[in-house]
Design a protein around this ligand. Structure first.
Ligand code: PMP
Length: 478
């Protein structure tokens, strides 16, 4: 990696990275080597360097004149006539109690209440980046799971689900017409974000090991002279939506190295991180890996509570460089002011009562739940779709991505098109799945299909997959 370690101001590079002021101990090497005792210096991108990653819209956005003064209200002895906050004495809510499962004993119900201060906060306007207590809790979680320490130039912003934060991140960084790197196939929910900005979507191939670093390197090394290089790469590293694949450590390391060499930010969208149920120890996230590689500031990470606590509670959080989060917060301040204080307060009450151990125990239970679902679904696929479809086994998340073998002739067209087979024939047979073309930004045809195994009960799985079999046979016969 092209990072100077001596702090010299080499134009274009020297001002990119500044050595971190403190010397931080490395928790563990990525391969588990005992480097723990070594004191190594972590370098991070200089805050001023992020200006080049900001979109014109983000640069032009003026800070909210009111919200910018909010922190001053906490000055002791100050009488504030500042904000248009309604008087809570007029709010009719007097208490909020809810039941939640104990993470250690699923048969036990905990009765939780918001204490008075939390209820007051939950009913009032709050900080743009999120409820302070909740942000702190999430920051502690990132330290625990990704080894990131507080003093590395990153923080948390809470969003209404990670979708909200992804939208704000893209708006904060991407200009109309920019080239952006996306893994392909890609989560369908981000395609419109880029298309609305008329972006040139550069597809990076993926396979059973996740995003292909070879494909990424090829794209970057053959980048047309004179064309502005991409500022972002979007990827879902665990249990990818739609492919179900998890990027291997080797791929992650190479992608991170390419981000450093070619100077782009990795948008690490990781809502299935806690739904990892593979047999081997989990790979470090990009957010963790950059810390282990001792150069931080390239990764903007997105976590979501949707798949582990509730999708309707609409809580996600972004972790990353302060300068990028500030631009996103600025958007929030003008768009929706903040995420609902009440859902944040409820979430905090639950997480605080569980503690980190309880939270991890709960996510383990959720991951095991999906592992069983995967096994049931895969055994039905083996029974009914052998010779009619091909797939890799997911180790995280809730999706099977499989290729329909729609033509049984020896000279069959390998590309195929799952659209008719799924939209028409499968529907006629009484089963619905998603044609893969939905996840291809440049509207190519594909023989792939995404099937979600999260909801279907064991008794229906066999029937559903059998119906898919009939639909494929119908297509072959047509
Ligand atoms: N990213 C990916 C890859 C997803 O699959 C989803 C949910 N389908 C989201 C983001 C959005 O999640 P949230 O509910 O946190 O907005």
């Amino acid at each position: 990696p092209q990072i100077p370690t001596n702090g010299k101001d080499i134009k274009g590079i020297g001002d990119r990275i500044i050595p971190h002021s403190s010397v931080l101990p490395v928790v563990a090497d990525v391969d588990g080597d005992a480097k723990a005792a070594t004191q190594l210096q972590v370098k991070r991108i200089s805050p001023s360097y992020y200006t080049k990653f900001l979109s014109d819209a983000a640069k032009e956005r003026k800070p909210s004149p009111i919200r910018g003064l909010f922190p001053l209200e906490k000055t002791p002895g100050l009488i504030s006539l500042l904000a248009g906050k309604p008087n809570p004495a007029t709010f009719p809510f007097t208490s909020l109690t809810f039941g939640a499962r104990s993470p250690t004993d699923p048969n036990k119900e905990l009765s939780l209440s918001l204490d008075e201060a939390d209820l007051q906060q939950g009913l009032q306007y709050g900080d743009t980046a999120g409820l302070k207590k909740l942000c702190d809790w999430f920051a502690g979680l990132q330290t625990l799971n990704h080894g990131r320490k507080k003093n590395e130039g990153w923080r948390i912003s809470v969003g209404s689900g990670s979708q909200d934060l992804l939208y704000k991140a893209v708006t904060a960084m991407v200009n109309r017409g920019d080239s952006v790197l996306v893994e392909s196939p890609v989560y369908a929910g981000v395609i419109p974000l880029f298309q609305n900005l008329h972006c040139d979507l550069i597809e990076v191939e993926t396979d059973g090991e996740g995003i292909s670093s070879d494909s990424l390197r090829f794209i970057l090394e053959n980048w047309p002279v004179g064309k502005a290089k991409p500022k972002v790469l979007y990827t879902v590293p665990y249990g990818c939506n739609p492919t179900g694949m998890t990027a291997t450590l080797k791929r992650r390391k190479e992608v991170l190295r390419l981000a450093q060499e070619h100077d782009f930010i990795i948008l690490e969208d990781d809502p299935y991180f806690y739904l990892y149920y593979g047999d081997t120890p989990r790979y470090p996230s990009y957010f963790s890996l950059e810390r282990q590689e001792l150069e931080v500031g390239r990764v903007l990470r997105f976590d979501s509570l949707s798949k582990i606590l509730s999708a309707g509670i609409r809580i996600g959080f972004a972790s990353g460089p302060e300068a990028l989060l500030a631009a996103m917060d600025s958007h929030t301040a003008t768009a929706n002011l903040q995420v609902s204080s009440l859902t944040q307060a409820i979430t905090f009450t639950l997480l605080d009562s569980w503690g980190y151990d309880g939270f991890m125990k709960h996510t383990e239970t959720v991951a095991n739940f999906y592992r069983k679902k995967r096994d049931v679904f895969e055994s039905a696929m083996k029974k009914h779709l052998s010779g009619l479809a091909e797939w890799n086994t997911p180790e995280a998340g809730m999706f099977f991505w499989f290729k329909l073998l729609l033509n049984d002739k020896p000279d069959r067209d390998e590309t195929g098109d799952s659209e008719a087979a799924i939209k028409t024939r499968a529907f006629e047979r009484g089963v619905l799945a998603l044609p893969g073309a939905v996840f291809l930004p440049n509207s190519r045809k594909t023989a792939y299909v995404r099937a979600s195994f999260s909801l279907t009960g064991e008794e229906d799985v066999n029937e559903a997959v059998q119906r898919l079999r009939l639909a494929i046979l119908d297509s072959r016969a047509a």
